[in-house]
Design a protein around this ligand. Structure first.
Ligand code: 5GP
Ligand code: ZN
Length: 113
């Protein structure tokens, strides 16, 4: 059994609110949403971060990005969303299975308005 939380979600060992799933990717709602829409998009294959993924699997990287855009459409965000890949502890990465945060449904501009 793996100790990677997101590999365990892929395997169905830990429940998640899955919004989209293929053989290559899974998208599921963040357990602690920071916006009205907050979905995590991950490859089913384990890679530690976006750099590792892009370096070893560029095709899968493109699929993850396209899936993020598809999830935004599916969630009603159209082309108005933020896509974030925290990379490394200093950037706030806490789960070391690459994941894109698809965030939307509120104003992210600063100052707001
Ligand atoms: P990071 O901080 O690594 O960029 O993002 C990890 C994200 O995973 C956080 O936003 C956190 O709320 C989310 N998360 C942590 N544990 C779980 C879980 O068990 N289920 C779900 N759906 N999200 C989780
Ligand atoms: Zn993993």
């Amino acid at each position: 059994m793996t100790d990677c939380l997101f590999c365990r979600i892929v395997a169905g060992e830990i429940p998640a609110d899955v919004v989209l799933r293929t053989d290559e990717v899974v998208a599921f709602r963040d357990i602690s949403p920071q916006a009205p829409v907050h979905v995590l998009v991950i490859p089913t294959e384990h890679h530690e971060n976006i750099g590792a993924l892009a370096g070893s699997a560029p095709g899968l990287t493109a699929t993850v990005l396209a899936t993020a855009a598809q999830v935004a459409q599916q969630e009603g965000l159209g082309d108005q969303f933020r896509l974030v890949f925290n990379t490394g502890t200093e950037a706030g990465q806490s789960v070391f299975h690459v994941h894109g945060h698809v965030l939307g449904g509120r104003d992210f501009t600063w100052p707001p308005g």
